[in-house]
Design a protein around this ligand. Structure first.
Ligand code: GAL
Length: 661
């Protein structure tokens, strides 16, 4: 192994000094450093200790904790405590609680018990953040601030409170100006839903049956805007009082309830919380797939979020919380295979992370997260993950500076609004946004490609291949980018099928993409997976397993795949392909491989558990699979630093890459 060298990335940990006797802090800090940890996040749930009574701040303990960590050479990320308003505050302002769709307030006694729309709560947040940033803003140990914690966790973005109602009416008035324009945009003549004044509009809940999807789409937009505005209150204060520090927030797995690109406008770094095993258990998927990856996590799920948040962070992202062992919150909380804590860390770095931070330093002795592993056991004995983090630190030293994530030539266009539109009118129970997006991502990654996930406003010119899995409303800027895009393009079903206000476009789907794609969609159907529609492609039979569209190709548009009953399934107009249904994984893989080759990308089909990503001069290879793999047939690189050619289960190989997979 090479001599230890300086690295340009850091390992971090989440720490709760308020949970442990002060006498332990200095030793904790010393041991963190000895493990190779350089960053530590603290404070994000500590409001009741920072302000035990209204207006009575007790910041001295936090000052001592900061000094102790700083003196040990640690860099601190200070969390604002606004995800956990204390009891006295809720009692003083009970209408700050979020309200569920049935009108029931969601009470105190856990966390995130606030409504994003509540002006009084925003003022309280501004007050505590101002006090904290005034006292600690220039502390030399603080390198960054985290606003709040996991916006929207526990289903808290949509709140049906009185404040939300007032805010929503105001927001609609700003958006439409005139009530007649809103009636027109929503189509309220249908079922006599017309309003005479913005003050007559309710939140979209409690009606006899389904409310207007346009109404619900706008409520999603409004609620998302509240998250961004709530966050902005804090960032403005921190920027003024704590200059030179980064501001970040920790986002979640497959979480679509607000527009993360909008929130990121006020932040410097996107961070996310990576729980590969908990997430695998909680998200939909085939039992056999879950069984195969129960102790490693899905081979693409972590990578997907690294790429998503690298894009949202304009190149800058961290993992703020990395799973160290069993968690407490999934339906079943499986332990990881030995080596996976290290693998997940290296994979994050391979995708460009600046910091991977583990949750948490020591398993808690009390309260909700008993059973959730840490780097240390509750009695302070080092747990297995601690040794894997030590190994990760040694790996980083062996590699030296990693440089930037290698530029990708393939991009996937991602949109939060698309998720809301498909949610307000799914038209088939099994049609959601995440599954087709993730299936396309997996199809790309199985080919060994580096991938960017970009928002609908991105510049697409650097890419040779662009995939748009589904985009019901195509914003003008995306329509323009796709019209001039010179690479290979694949657009998935339902794209361009709605206007901004959730109406059907006058020219039918794909609306503004009609010219680019050379098709018109005349009808759509959804079905249960047992009624899958067989699709012939490349002399083989695949399937549309949840959705299909009947399309009329324009003159000059080629039909490349057909359903067995004779309808176009995949069309091509110049270099733009349209996929007229919800394709099964095998069909997607086949199509994506063809397009990647056509786009001139160098691809190789990797086995199910083997994955790769390049950063700086390095190729990283990860084995999520059930058996050791000889990786030499797949990669031309020979200069391995560790892990090859036989890559163990849960192993990572790193080589200097020559070219292509
Ligand atoms: C995250 C959260 C942490 C902790 C962790 C447990 O969602 O941000 O505070 O609860 O889960 O896995």
């Amino acid at each position: 192994m090479a001599e230890p060298r300086d690295t340009d990335v850091t390992i971090g940990v989440c720490y709760y000094p308020e949970h442990w006797p002060e006498a332990m802090w200095a030793d904790d800090a010393r041991r963190m450093r000895a493990t190779g940890i350089r960053r530590v996040r603290i404070g994000e749930f500590a409001w009741s200790r920072l302000e035990p009574r209204p207006g009575h701040y007790d910041f001295d303990w936090l000052g001592r904790a900061l000094d102790t960590l700083h003196d040990a050479g640690l860099e601190v990320v200070l969390g604002t405590p606004t995800a956990t308003p204390p009891k006295w505050l809720v009692d003083a302002m009970p209408d700050m609680l979020p309200v569920d769709a049935r009108g029931r307030p969601r009470g105190f006694a856990s966390r995130r018990h606030y409504c994003f729309s509540h002006a009084g709560y925003r003022r309280e947040c501004a007050r505590i953040v101002t006090a904290l940033a005034t006292r600690f803003g220039k502390h030399p140990g603080i390198v960054a601030w985290q606003t709040d914690n996991e916006y929207g966790c526990h289903d808290t973005v949509l709140s049906y409170s009185h404040e939300a109602l007032v805010g929503f009416r105001h927001w609609l008035k700003e958006r439409y100006g005139d009530i007649h324009l809103l009636n027109e945009a929503w189509g309220n003549v249908f079922w006599s839903m017309e309003y005479r004044d913005f003050a007559e509009i309710d939140l979209p809940s409690g009606a006899v049956t389904e409310t207007n999807p346009s109404h619900r789409a706008d409520f999603h937009r409004y609620s998302s805007d509240q998250v961004a505005a709530f966050n902005r209150v804090q960032t403005g204060i921190i920027r003024a009082l704590s200059p030179g520090r980064d501001i970040l927030h920790n986002f979640m797995t497959f979480f679509l309830d607000f527009d993360h690109y909008a929130v990121m406008k006020d932040l410097d770094i996107a961070t996310w919380d990576s729980y590969p095993l908990g997430s695998l258990d909680v998200f939909p998927g085939e039992t056999a797939h879950k069984a195969a990856f129960a102790r490693t996590g899905d081979p693409d799920m972590q990578a997907f979020h690294h790429d998503l948040y690298r894009g949202a962070g304009r190149g800058r992202f961290w993992v703020m919380e990395q799973q160290p062992g069993p968690v407490n919150w999934a339906q079943y909380n499986t332990d990881a295979l030995p080596g996976l804590v290290r693998l997940w860390g290296l994979e994050g770095f391979a995708h460009g992370a600046e910091t991977i931070s583990y949750f948490r330093w020591r398993e808690a002795l009390f309260a909700q997260e008993q059973f959730h592993a840490g780097l240390n056991m509750p009695d302070n004995t080092p747990d297995r993950a601690l040794f894997e983090v030590e190994q990760l630190s040694a790996d980083l030293k062996a590699l030296g500076p990693l440089g930037a994530a290698a530029p990708a030539r393939a991009a996937l266009v991602f949109s939060y609004e698309a998720a809301w539109f498909l949610r307000v009118q799914p038209q088939g129970r099994n049609f959601n946004y995440v599954e087709p997006v993730f299936a396309m991502y997996r199809a790309l990654r199985r080919l060994g490609l580096d991938i960017d996930i970009v928002g609908p406003h991105a510049d697409l010119s650097p890419y040779a291949l662009v995939l748009v899995p589904s985009m019901p409303h195509v914003p003008d800027v995306l329509a323009a980018a796709l019209a001039t895009f010179e690479g290979t393009l694949l657009v998935g079903p339902r794209s361009g099928s709605r206007t901004a206000s959730h109406r059907i476009p006058d020219n039918l789907a794909p609306g503004p993409l009609a010219e680019v794609l050379g098709v018109k969609v005349t009808r759509a159907e959804s079905f249960r997976s047992y009624s899958a529609v067989p699709v012939r492609y490349d002399n083989e039979t695949f399937a549309f397993d949840r959705w299909r569209e009947f399309v009329e190709p324009a003159p000059g548009t080629e039909v490349l795949a057909e359903s067995e009953d004779g309808h176009p399934a995949l069309t091509r107009c110049r270099r733009a392909y349209y996929l007229a249904g919800g394709a099964d994984g095998a069909l997607l893989e086949r199509i994506v491989e063809r397009l990647a080759r056509e786009a001139g990308l160098s691809v190789c089909a990797l086995p199910a558990g083997l994955r790769t990503r390049r950063r700086g001069p390095w190729r990283f290879v990860f084995n999520y699979g059930p058996a050791p793999v000889d990786i030499s047939p797949y990669f031309t690189d020979r200069d391995f630093v560790f892990g090859a050619p036989m890559l163990a289960v849960g192993g990572v190989a790193v080589s200097r890459f020559s070219d292509g997979p």
